[in-house]
Write a protein that binds this ligand. Sequence first.
Ligand SMILES: Cc1cc2nc3c(=O)[nH]c(=O)nc-3n(C[C@H](O)[C@H](O)[C@H](O)COP(=O)(O)OP(=O)(O)OC[C@H]3O[C@@H](n4cnc5c(N)ncnc54)[C@H](O)[C@@H]3O)c2cc1C
Length: 404
Amino acid sequence: MKRITPQLVASGKLDYVSVSLGGGNVIAPMGTPHGAYVYLAEGIKEVVKVPVFCIGRIVDPIMAEEILIRKRADMVGMTRANMADPELAQKTKEGRLGEIRPCIGLMTCWSRTAHPEGITCGLNPSVGHEEKFRMTPAGKKKRILVIGGGAAGMEAARVAAERGHSVTLYERQAYLGGQLVIAAKTINRVEMNKPIHYYQSQLKRLGVQVHLGTAVTRETIGRESPDEIIVASGGLPKGMSIPGAGSGQVVQGRDVLLGMAKTGNRVVVVAADGGMEGLSTAEFLADQGKTVEVLIPQYKAGQDLEKITGFHLFYRLNQKKVILTTRARIEAVKGKTVIIAKGSDKGQIENVDTIVLSLGSISNDALLRDLGSLKNKAHAVGQCRQVGGLFESISDGLKIGLEI
Ligand SMILES: Cc1cc2nc3c(=O)[nH]c(=O)nc-3n(C[C@H](O)[C@H](O)[C@H](O)COP(=O)(O)OP(=O)(O)OC[C@H]3O[C@@H](n4cnc5c(N)ncnc54)[C@H](O)[C@@H]3O)c2cc1C
């Protein structure tokens, strides 16, 4: 292109050149280095006089500014960053960098390009639906209690407080984020931490009262006596019983990611969630030098994964020698031998130290069901209402925050 582009520019018909690249990398998912393609624009800039633009996971205004200052490109394309936060430029201008809703390369936008409801953003579901999700001041100011500081609860609290409600949020753990904290433990998904920082800054700005390390009970609700309750208690990891498995031989993947459970060197991961959870747990273990085999009950590994994300993930898992077996389930364990069924065939895996369960979530709705007469004030959001991904939880939080 360094030979071709000057000839195109010489035609006099180009005002600028935007340097992108093809293949499965053009819309780069989380885990791809930021600004990895700027060198391509830099190379083209050496050979033409018209302005040259660059692209490629540039989501941080400071990084963009550095590219310009170093004259590596004349303009920085930040499409997805502007979808995640259409006020990015304004907030940057005003020095409110901490308030920018981050683009984390979740790829909801790309996976929705052919969706009947159109494109949107995983962290900002109002994109493409601005009229439907318009923020208007609350008619009557209410006292709102949010139970759970995961994505759904934090988004509900943010939106309700932005509209003028007085919001109190309780989180059982000593930290905000819920499953985002767990999802962020693997190297290539560390950006799942970014929404937590965004919400922390927003909740502080909006004066939401956050109580950490406090599990809400009916007594807590009685004490708070809120006008409305948003139950965002999320999901719990699904379990399963495995005939013959000894104590400590089966652990939950989420506990492994959080460092609360240890595994031996030869590990079988049961990845039944269909998405990122099981496969990224397998990658996490492979990165620690473990020998990992993944059993997937579905016909296709990662059947719910967005395609480019899956392409990158499967490439890495292959490099790390992780074995993926589809249509497979565990029948029993005998000592260190795992007996499996694969379709109508039987098989076994020898010398397995630990079985790691990544089966996805079940709704954590015990408190919701126990609310009794308080139920008519309660609204369930996120995985507590229905198990889904981050986009579904944030959408739920947004909707109730606007309705309440
Ligand atoms: C390893 C892993 C990887 C993932 N990867 C992806 C991905 O790549 N893409 C994607 O879209 N999704 C992914 N997910 C799923 C995504 O993280 C969840 O869908 C989303 O974060 C759920 O948010 P939530 O608020 O509904 O629930 P949760 O995150 O479960 O939050 C619920 C919160 O409520 C708190 N709580 C519960 N009961 C009480 C109580 N009584 N009082 C106070 N607090 C309480 C909990 O402690 C928790 O913090 C992943 C999940 C995991 C575990």
